[in-house]
Every structure is written in C-alpha cells, then in structure tokens.
Design a protein around this ligand. Structure first.
Ligand code: HEM
Length: 210
C-alpha cells in the first residue's frame, strides 16, 4: 500500500515531445516559401512588361522595379527554388514521409472534410496529422511547383528544349500554363497562410519541429 502511494508521489519523468517536422523538412519548407514568394513577385513584374491578360499587377506587389531587375531576381531565385525542391521532395519520398503523411488521398474523406469545413468543424488543430483536404492541397501544390518549373524551363530555353516547349503547345502555351500554375500556387498560399494563422501552433511546430 505504502509502495503504491510512494509510486503515485514520485514524479514521472516527462515523456519526450515527439518531433513532427524534422530539421530538413523545416529548413526546406521555409527556403521554399521564400523562393516561391520571390519568384511570384518578380514574375508579376515580368508579366507586367508584356501581359497575356487584360490587366497588370500593382507595382507595390512586384519585385525588381523594372523588367531587367525582375528577370535577375527571377533567375536567381529559380536556382534556389529548384535545388531546394529536389532536396525537399527527395527527402519526402525517400524517407517515406509523403507515404505516411500525404497518402492515401480518398475522395470520400475529402468530401467529408469539406462538409465539416462548411459547418466550421474541420479539425486542423493537430500538427502531427493532416486532414484529407490538407493532404490534397499539399500534394497538389508540390505538383504545381513541378509544373511551374517545367513550363518555366520551356519559356527560358524554347530552342534547346524544343520538345518540352512543344509539350505545352508551343511558347504561348507554356506561358499560359506557367501563369495558371503560378495562380494555383498563389491561391494555395492564400488559403495555407490563412489556415496557419488561424492555428498558430502549427507555425510554431514548423519552426521548432515539435
Ligand atoms: C510564407 C508563409 C507560409 C507559412 C506561414 C507556412 C506554414 C506552414 C505550416 C504551419 C505547415 C504545417 C502545417 C500543419 O502542421 O498543419 C506547413 C506545411 C507545408 N507547407 Fe507551408 N507555409 C508557408 C508557405 C508555403 C509555401 C509558399 C508553400 C509551397 C508553395 C508551402 C507548402 C507546404 C507544404 C507542401 C507543407 C507540408 C510539408 C510536410 O509536412 O512535409 N508552404 N506550412
């Protein structure tokens, strides 16, 4: 009896807090975020020099000041984006992280999550597990980054990479795909950052790992 009471009185050592996002995920995530933002802002300045749609982006949201400056930013950040993306996705695939955290993506679960979201009941509070909509959005944005890089290469080197440019239906086709992929990524960032700000501890977990 005394022993049992003694057991209860002895403080147990605190269980170690599990790491949710390893250092490599956090580092590559934030480098990716910075590179994508620089690519988008400089891309908008490049677009403004020769718009494919009847509007221009507000100068305050663009980077580079003029076409030449924006191209320098775009080409510099492009290397950071592409090299970091290889590490980010390489780790996600090789470590089994994507298989564990982003898979499977089931249409039935997505519909159920959307219904819950519309009723204001969608769980996004546990940084260790992604809901079906998160899985779809994260996998989708990774796909869009592949598309934006491939269409960007087709616009950058349309002579050397003729086959790639042809795959997009030519130079203008590649420009349109590049623009649409950028729009998808920009839309993702709007939703993603809003959701992260609603549940700030997910941001802490992406900074500290736990
Ligand atoms: C700049 C502002 C950004 C903030 C504040 C932010 C925040 C976060 C947070 C908090 C998570 C963890 C989600 C959770 O635990 O619920 C996350 C994951 C993720 N973010 Fe971001 N993010 C930003 C930008 C981006 C950008 C620009 C992209 C891609 C275009 C991106 C792609 C991803 C992906 C794919 C994941 C899942 C990573 C994994 O678990 O392997 N994020 N982000």
């Amino acid at each position: 009896m005394t022993d049992a009471i003694g057991d209860l009185a002895t403080p147990r050592p605190a269980a170690p807090i599990p790491t949710i996002h390893p250092l490599i995920v956090r580092t590559t995530h934030w480098i990716n975020a910075a590179a994508v933002l620089v690519m988008i802002a400089s891309g908008w300045e490049i677009y403004n020099a020769s718009p494919i749609l009847p509007f221009r982006f507000p100068t305050a949201l663009t980077l580079g000041g003029w076409l030449g400056g924006a191209l320098l930013w775009h080409f510099a950040a492009m290397w950071v984006l592409a090299l970091n993306f290889v590490v980010l996705v390489g780790y996600g695939l090789a470590s089994g992280r994507y298989r564990r955290k982003l898979w499977p993506i089931r249409p039935r679960e997505i519909l159920a999550d959307i219904r819950d979201a519309l009723r204001g009941k969608l769980a996004h509070a546990d940084p260790a597990h992604y809901n079906a909509v998160q899985k779809l959005l994260y996998a989708g944005v990774l796909g869009l980054i592949v598309l934006v890089i491939a269409s960007g290469l087709a616009i950058w080197k349309p002579v050397q990479l003729q086959w790639l440019t042809a795959l997009f239906g030519g130079f203008q086709g590649a420009r349109i795909v590049h623009f649409l992929a950028m729009s998808g990524i920009a839309g993702f960032i709007l939703v993603h950052v809003t959701m992260a700000l609603i549940v700030p501890r997910t941001i802490l977990a992406m900074l500290r790992g736990r």
